[in-house]
Design a protein. Structure first.
Length: 80
């Protein structure tokens, strides 16, 4: 199971920047098609909102890859 978590971590670390690249590329093409202020604001908000989400994916993937989730508590008594 820990090997699966490490591979999933690699996938998450790659998914964050890849998704950000795709979003910025789509935003640029949409703004190029309709270069009005409302389009620029809309896509700017989309990119700004998704940036911390993509960063969170990378951080989560790093923790999964580095083994932070190798041992998780099995019940609430182990949380202390």
């Amino acid at each position: 199971m820990n090997l699966i978590k490490k591979w999933a971590g690699i996938i998450w670390m790659l998914a964050g920047p890849l998704a950000m690249y795709c979003l910025i590329r789509i935003a640029a093409s949409e703004i190029e098609l309709k270069p009005e202020l409302d389009t620029k604001i809309q896509w700017g908000v989309f990119v700004l909102i998704f940036l911390p989400i993509a960063l969170g994916l990378v951080i989560f993937g790093y923790y999964a890859f580095s083994g932070e989730y190798d041992h998780l508590p099995e019940n609430s008594d182990d949380l202390t």
